[in-house]
Design a binder for this molecule. Structure first.
Ligand code: AMP
Ligand code: ZN
Length: 113
């Protein structure tokens, strides 16, 4: 089990966990790019977005719902925030475990890539 996010799920790597349920877990990014920078992941190891089957697609909605609730808790629901999923090498994905970034707390760049 050399996946860093699976190790966070297993409690083998410390992280600031802000939310979890049976399916997802959310924690603060170790290298924040904005005042609020959270990572939301499925607990089950799914390597990337392209590996999310149609049958598993409700999980994506579940992750978005968790992100929306966390945005409220972080006080950025009104000011605005951004959800990002990087997929694959050219998509900028570094950690090969599906994850969603929740970014906010400042005016984010309008550049998308
Ligand atoms: P990505 O480039 O989309 O794969 O983003 C991976 C993110 O995971 C980066 O923003 C990293 O800072 C973050 N990250 C990597 N290791 C950890 C960790 N142990 N705890 C929290 N965040 C991490
Ligand atoms: Zn994993």
């Amino acid at each position: 089990m050399d996946c860093v996010f699976c190790q966070i799920v297993a409690g083998k790597i410390p992280s600031e966990i802000l939310y979890q349920d049976e399916e997802v877990i959310a924690f603060r990014d170790i290298n924040p790019q904005a005042p609020t920078h959270l990572i939301i992941i499925p607990k089950r190891h799914i390597p990337s977005l392209i590996h999310l089957s149609e049958a598993e697609s409700p999980l994506a909605g579940h992750m978005i719902n968790a992100a929306n609730e966390l945005a409220k808790k972080e006080g950025i629901a009104e000011s605005g925030y951004r959800l990002v999923i990087n997929c694959g090498q050219e998509g900028g994905q570094l950690v090969p475990h599906l994850h969603m970034h929740l970014l906010g707390g400042r005016k984010l760049s309008s550049a998308l890539g």
